[in-house]
Write a protein that binds this ligand. Structure first.
Ligand code: ZN
Ligand code: ZN
Length: 408
């Protein structure tokens, strides 16, 4: 394995760093990853990969066949977020409305690095490497779109799916969990119907703002009072819209709610509790019209296969040293990577790796201020280029070699 990783030299690191800075400067939101996809395809083509673009929208697939053996899929996501960057980096986004705040530019660059190493080191493994650059992870729709566009029929079904996410851990460290590691995410949109009127004559109205306020408060009781204390769950009201003017009582109010859960029975329990509370508060307000409740896309529970994870983590530990391995608590974030394994009926192994200066994290730990470190989706999220890049290339390469066949 070390022979393969020595191929990092000469010069791959600086080349990838340039590629990363370019992606970071030019972020593209979900389903608009045209420039990014073209750059990725352009970099993959000169290697030995058979490259196909436009899979599931802007997705890019690379296939490297190298004799008999397992098919190992490596996946990265490419989309950025609709927000303004405030890192002050010299290579900050050139678009004031879009930022790579989740590190998907780092994921993309590391996958390209791993694809390069695996191509350079073809003597040391056998099988097929399936490289997947996915659009629209932030909408939880990209993985589904690629599968629906015939990903596995057209390019072959993998034996295992591998992926990773960069986060606010010390740079150079690898975080791992086993079994359910990231939450199921469900969104719902609620429209409340009241009766509008003049702000000075509330007796002629049914006020949907008061109705919404009671619902927001009451929803906080689901996790606090109804879910078992040993189960992890989150209910967040992320949107609340009503009204146009101080002295008008509007006739509708809208709520956007997101829930995260780790077990199907908890998910079912929370969904039922939200519907019960919304309907009951509407009834308590004396409204004549039932609220409209719409459930939207959800990301599935992400399960890192326990046996495959144990073997992959053992390979990481051998390569990086046990001092660089970090057992993770459950993450309440979500990922749509689980859709591939689910669709193909094969195991997924997923891990995290760090992008924040070690001393900064240690300092934050010492002063109990870890929550103030900029994490994913913060306008100040700025992974250190090194050693983050090299670590992310090596994790993917080590994991791929763990599951590919031995070379001849
Ligand atoms: Zn994200
Ligand atoms: Zn992400």
């Amino acid at each position: 394995m070390n022979d393969v990783l020595r191929q990092w030299h000469p010069g791959l690191g600086p080349k990838l760093a340039d590629f990363y800075r370019d992606l970071h400067r030019h972020p593209e939101v979900s389903l608009a990853e045209h420039r990014t996809a073209a750059k990725v395809a352009g970099a993959l083509e000169p290697l030995g990969y058979q490259v196909t673009t436009g899979v599931g929208g802007t997705g890019v697939v690379g296939v490297l066949r190298n004799g008999d053996g397992p098919v190992v899929m490596l996946r990265a996501d490419m989309d950025a977020l609709p927000m303004q960057e405030k890192t002050g980096l010299p290579y900050a986004s050139t678009d004031p409305a879009v930022m790579h705040a989740c590190g998907h530019d780092m994921h993309t660059t590391c996958l390209l690095g791993a694809a390069t190493l695996l191509d350079r080191a073809k003597d040391s493994w056998s099988g097929t490497v399936l490289i997947v650059f996915q659009p629209a992870e932030e909408l939880s729709t990209g993985a589904r779109a690629m599968v629906a566009d015939g990903l596995f029929d057209r390019f072959g079904k993998p034996d295992i799916v591998l992926g990773q996410h960069v986060g606010p851990l010390p740079a150079g460290m690898v975080g791992y969990g086993s079994g359910p590691i990231m939450a199921t995410s469900d969104d719902l949109h609620v429209t409340l119907f009241g009766r509008g009127g003049h702000g000075s004559r509330p007796e002629t109205t049914v006020d949907p703002i008061l109705m919404a306020a009671h619902i927001v408060t009451r929803l906080q009781g689901i996790v606090a009072r109804e879910v078992h204390p040993s189960d992890t769950a989150v209910v967040t009201v992320g949107k609340l819209h009503a009204g146009t003017k101080d002295n008008i009582i509007p006739d509708t109010a809208e709520l956007g709610i997101n829930i995260r859960s780790y077990a199907e029975h908890v998910r079912v329990q929370i969904k039922a509790a939200i519907e019960r509370i919304v309907r009951a508060e509407a009834a308590a307000s004396g409204t004549e019209k039932e609220p409209l409740i719409e459930w939207h896309t959800s990301a599935p529970l992400l399960v890192s296969d326990p046996d495959r994870t144990a073997a992959t983590v053992a390979a990481f530990t051998e390569h990086f040293g046990v001092e660089n391995m970090f057992p993770m608590p459950v993450v309440t974030g979500s990922e749509d990577v689980g859709i591939y394994g689910e669709a193909a009926g094969v195991p997924t192994v997923f891990w995290f790796w760090g992008g924040i200066d070690r001393d900064r994290v240690l300092n934050a730990l010492a002063t109990n201020t870890v929550n103030s470190l900029p994490s994913n989706h913060s306008p100040e999220f700025a992974p250190l280029i090194e050693p983050t890049l090299r670590t992310g290339v090596e994790t993917l390469t080590v994991a791929a070699l763990t599951w590919l066949g031995a070379g001849g």
